[in-house]
Design a binder for this molecule. Structure first.
Ligand SMILES: *Cc1c(COP(=O)(O)O)cnc(C)c1O
Length: 360
């Protein structure tokens, strides 16, 4: 008997979301960002679901190799480039393009032989994390192009703020970030790739020749204030588990570690086979939504390592063996994430290895 918890991946939803992004990209190429095992959805599923994307963007050379082994023949770009000489040597073998964000990478490229190394220069537009100052870039392009077997094919930047309102003055606005990039925006000798999900979906003025979309391809919005349906997106991941038992709890009795929740009335409590060791955040407060038999029922009591407890007093259908949705189409990861002080991205990538994946 296996423990009754799984997460399922809807590849058709991934295809649908890619079409939505493509429509918003308005002629720009679409790179599908599949880092962190495709935001927890599996590289193999991403290769199927995003077959119509122009390229895959990811982080680890092992994931690039998995994508190639799964049959991905189009472009792949490494979002942080290579991490050492060994990594660099594998790029051309796998026919993978690389971002270059620091001088040490250029020096390593200079001191190794190349046949066909394609480089995207990363530009710092205000995040102050990775990338060169915009003013350095024209010189660096010439410098790299002068190395045998090396060609600069793109310029990328990653916005610190693309989901904020255009006039937000508490941060470097998208317009200010674009302004910093301005000397580079007219270049046609390289592919300009500027927008992430938020900018691709909501900020057409971000422009560029290509977009890099991540979270929206999985059907989740980059901002919890926007519902998936607002952007016609369908969540691709659903985390489900079954009810192990249902117990009557008298008014005044409490439930779970620390007796955090106390029954305000005679109640029925469903114990569900999902805990923080599965990736359901321990920080979820009482009242957090759990989808059971077509209704939303509130979490009641602290999340345990392997179980949660849910108040199903108003869900008469709840009984052992009934399947519940922890997140997916009915309970959005962003809603849960907001309730426990994080973002949907973190929940998607946090499903534990012990939870089996099923995909259609
Ligand atoms: C993760 C990432 C993206 C995708 O971000 P989303 O908000 O998921 O669209 C794009 N570009 C870079 C450099 C990234 O690291």
């Amino acid at each position: 008997m296996v423990r009754p918890i799984t997460f399922s991946i809807d590849i058709e939803a991934m295809r649908h979301n890619l079409e939505r992004v493509r429509a918003r990209a308005n002629g720009r190429k679409v790179w599908a960002v599949v880092k962190a095992n495709a935001y927890g959805h599996g590289i193999e599923n991403a290769v199927k679901g995003f077959a119509q994307a122009d390229g895959l963007a990811l982080l680890e050379i092992e994931e690039a190799q998995r994508a190639r082994e799964t049959g991905w023949k189009k472009r792949i770009v490494m979002l942080e480039g290579f991490f050492d000489a060994e990594d660099l040597a594998r790029l051309e073998v796998l026919d993978v393009e690389t971002i270059v964000h620091d001088r040490w990478q250029i020096e390593l490229i200079r001191t190794t032989p190349h046949q066909n190394l394609r480089v995207h220069l990363k530009v710092n537009s205000g995040m102050n994390r990775l990338g060169f100052d915009p003013g350095e870039v024209p010189g660096l392009i010439d410098e790299l192009n002068a190395i045998a077997g090396v060609k600069v094919v793109g310029i990328v930047t990653h916005f610190a703020n693309s989901e904020r309102a255009a006039d937000a003055d508490d941060c470097v606005s998208l317009n200010a970030q674009l302004q910093r990039m301005k000397p580079l925006l007219g270049r046609t000798d390289v592919e300009l790739c500027l927008a992430n999900s938020a900018a691709a979906m909501l900020r057409p003025e971000a422009g560029g020749a290509a977009v890099r979309a991540g979270i929206v391809l999985y059907g989740v919005t980059p901002d919890s204030a926007i519902a998936s349906s607002d952007l016609d997106l369908v969540p691709a991941m659903t985390l489900t588990a079954r009810i192990l038992t249902v117990r009557d709890v008298a008014a005044g009795e409490s439930v779970g570690y620390g007796s955090r929740w106390t029954a305000p009335r005679d109640s029925r409590i469903a114990v569900v086979a999902c805990g923080y060791a599965d990736g359901y955040p321990r920080a979820m407060p009482d009242g957090s939504p759990v989808w059971i038999a077509g209704k939303i029922a509130p979490l009641a009591g602290a999340v345990s390592m392997d179980m949660i407890t849910v108040d199903v007093t108003d869900v008469p259908e709840a009984r052992p063996g009934v399947e519940v949705e922890l997140w997916g189409r009915h309970v959005s990861v962003n809603t849960l994430a907001s309730l426990c002080g994080t973002i949907g991205y973190e929940l998607l990538v946090s499903i534990a290895r012990r939870v089996p994946m099923v995909s259609d």
